[in-house]
Design a protein around this ligand. Structure first.
Ligand SMILES: Nc1ncnc2c1ncn2[C@@H]1O[C@H](COP(=O)(O)OP(=O)(O)OP(=O)(O)O)[C@@H](O)[C@H]1O
Ligand SMILES: [Mg+2]
Length: 639
């Protein structure tokens, strides 16, 4: 069979009035003993980039106008936000100084503000914050400086956090601005006092309690402190203060809003006094308006991230790789031991909703035919390795094609960090474990895990990434009839083979032919846009007995100039499948066309949720003719 297909150039889309300070009669003495709130005021240590002079001087717009503006903002496309999991915690020790993460605000006369914050009067039931009654928390009015254009504003954690993207025509750069509530000096000071008070009161290890309980506990403590000092806040100020505390104790401090942004792939902090950078799926690498101003607050944040991940970072061991509770991967360095500008961190955000084959077609990473080919190959138990550079989308493609594994097949996945998410019922997800001590006691590495997995009698084995001696075991598993999928760092088939054959992996050449396919992933630039593509799908055929050379066949290739994926016209795997099923050429061609049709139909119908995609794949597996009939008749009840 030899048919050539063309695809369009799929672009990656893919964005108080205080009355008077009242002292409760019974607390008068107590209050006299406690240092006053004002006497313990502290300066904020980390802050947002000060608003541009224009935005500062712009007269505040009435709330109604701001609300109108928010209602004009398009809500984000359905993608789950990065909600921290149940184990998020208050990890700082009581003696540690709290790290305020407050946005800098223009100074205001303290006396008047304190008066506005503190009211005297009988204790009232707190009124819930309502933006329609109390006004919006975030001022989204913006007057761009000359040469700057506001590209878009979108909510990430409304009504508290929004993102503004601006473009500067002078330096041709985008800026990622986090827009959160502004805090007056008094509010900032109150927050610092509250943090101190909460540190003094924490007497439970919140790591062991559920997130909801921790949130309740935090609010309870905050209210206790308010009661002790007879502080009554209006609903809007209460909401602002509570948001900041929640963010600092249970959220991700300064980067919390970014962690909520589904368009962000990674966050980099390169040191002190340097603006944080983000990688946005639409605008690529961008500077943000956030930075850490001093080593103490940055070191404290990095230490906190390590503690939260259940790990330890210190001057003795200043480098650490860890997994955040939401699954995001984080690499940290502490102080100036190994990084010149002070502590650093790089967060690779975890996508809670797995990317599906539909997404990959929509973004042009695969063509409908190339992924239909992989679908048929996976269903028929052909093993594959995804090779490519860092962040080229190897794991994403691996997860997406795993949806094609037959529904009841036994699957065991092995990873260092949990990234894979499958809809299959008969699935054991396993992860490696680090040692408890320096001697390496208790460590379970990929090799150990793989040996155990083989005893679990899996039909499909998925190894997150191969880099060491486990690769040999993986190839042994392939040779003994297991279907395996994995990823490895290598930018071409020849470099993948070279890595596999040489230490520390050292797979003998004759074992390499147990592997059926290598898919090469790349990140490239097309028309000024950074895109991820499946560059090649290569079949590993055999070893030439005379030359001992590996015989390969390229089935699909992506051409950068035209951004098209073309079929070479020859596939030995298809021939093997034909033979195994007793199909003729016409039958296999029909099957591929049908699968392509199903994929195109899902794309047009925007069926992108991995469970929904999986349901359709399962329907095709069980009754392909029935599904095709339904699709062709325009049945809407399929999903
Ligand atoms: N085809 C794609 N199109 C657009 N974005 C993608 C695509 N594939 C992956 N991504 C995004 O790129 C980032 C990196 O993806 P992924 O983790 O799969 O890469 P990787 O090659 O496995 O990286 P690593 O080398 O660190 O293991 C993720 O944020 C992911 O959402
Ligand atoms: Mg990966």
């Amino acid at each position: 069979m030899a048919f050539k297909i063309k695809i369009g150039s799929g672009k990656t889309k893919s964005k108080k009035e205080a009355d008077k300070a009242e002292k409760k009669p019974e607390s008068a003495e107590l209050a006299a003993q406690k240092p006053s709130l004002l006497s313990r005021l502290k300066k904020p240590a980390e802050s947002a980039r000060a608003p541009s002079p224009e935005s500062e001087s712009a007269s505040p717009k009435p709330d109604s106008e701001i609300r109108k503006r928010i209602s004009r903002i398009k809500p984000l496309k359905a993608e789950k936000s990065q909600e921290p999991s149940d184990e998020e915690i208050l990890t700082e020790s009581a003696d540690e100084q709290p790290t305020p993460a407050i946005i800098e605000i223009p100074p205001e006369p303290k006396q008047g503000l304190l008066k506005r914050l503190i009211s005297i009067g009988p204790k009232k039931v707190r009124e819930a914050y309502n933006p329609d009654i109390h006004g919006v928390l975030v001022d989204l009015t913006y007057t761009p400086p000359q040469g700057v254009e506001e590209i878009e504003v979108y909510p990430v954690n409304p009504p508290f956090a929004y993102i503004r993207i601006t473009y500067n025509y002078q330096n041709h750069e985008y800026l990622y601005e986090i827009v959160e509530p502004h805090y007056t000096d008094t509010e900032t000071n109150l927050l610092n006092e509250l943090k101190k008070g909460i540190f003094e009161r924490v007497n439970v290890n919140t790591r062991q309690i559920a997130r909801e309980m921790a949130a309740d506990l935090l609010e309870e403590m905050m209210n206790e402190i308010f009661a002790d000092y007879a502080i009554h806040l209006d609903p809007k100020t209460y909401a602002k203060i509570h948001y900041q505390l929640h963010k600092d104790f249970l959220g991700n401090g300064m980067v919390d809003a970014i962690m909520h942004d589904p368009f962000i792939e990674d966050i980099s902090c390169d040191g002190i006094e340097r603006y944080l950078f983000v990688y946005h799926s639409k605008y690529e690498s961008m500077e943000t308006n956030l930075k850490y101003f001093d080593a103490t607050s940055l070191d404290s944040f990095v230490t906190k991230l390590a503690q939260r991940a259940g790990k330890h970072i210190s001057v003795a061991e200043p480098m650490l790789d860890a997994t955040m509770s939401d699954g995001s991967r984080i690499q940290m360095t502490l102080g100036t031991e190994v990084t010149a500008h002070g502590s650093t961190f790089t967060i690779r955000k975890f996508k809670e909703v797995p990317i599906t084959p539909t997404d990959l077609i929509e973004w042009g990473t695969f063509s409908p035919l190339s992924i239909a080919f992989l679908w048929l190959a996976v269903e028929n138990g052909k093993s594959c390795i995804f090779a490519g550079g860092t962040a080229s989308g190897k794991t994403t493609s691996l997860n997406a094609i795993s949806l094609f594994i037959p529904p009841l097949a036994k699957i065991v996945t092995l990873e260092d960090t949990r990234e894979l998410k499958l809809p299959h019922a008969n699935w054991i997800p396993s992860v490696t474990r680090e040692s408890f001590d320096i001697a390496g006691k208790g460590e379970i590495d990929m090799y150990e895990l793989l040996k155990a997995a083989l005893r679990q009698r899996p039909e499909y084995l998925i190894v997150g990434e191969v880099r060491g001696k486990e690769a040999l075991t993986l190839f042994q598993a392939m040779s003994t009839g297991h279907v395996t999928y994995s990823t490895m760092h290598a930018d071409s088939v020849s470099s993948a083979v070279h890595r596999l054959e040489n230490p520390p992996i050292s797979v003998p050449r004759n074992m390499l032919s147990a592997l059926n396919l290598i898919c090469v992933q790349v990140q490239a630039r097309v028309g000024g846009q950074r895109i991820r593509r499946n560059k090649q799908i290569i079949e590993i055929l055999d070893i030439d007995p005379r030359t001992n050379e590996l015989i390969t066949n390229e089935v699909f290739r992506w051409r950068q100039a035209t951004d098209e994926i073309t079929y070479s016209g020859k596939s030995y795997i298809l021939e093997e499948i034909m033979e195994a099923h007793g199909w003729d050429e016409e039958r296999v061609r029909r099957d591929l066309i049908q699968r392509q049709e199903v994929l195109e139909w899902m794309r047009k119908r925007d069926i992108r949720d991995y469970r929904e995609v999986s349901n359709i794949v399962v329907s095709y597996f069980r009754d392909s003719e029935g599904l095709m009939e339904q699709i062709r008749s325009g049945d809407n009840e399929l999903v």
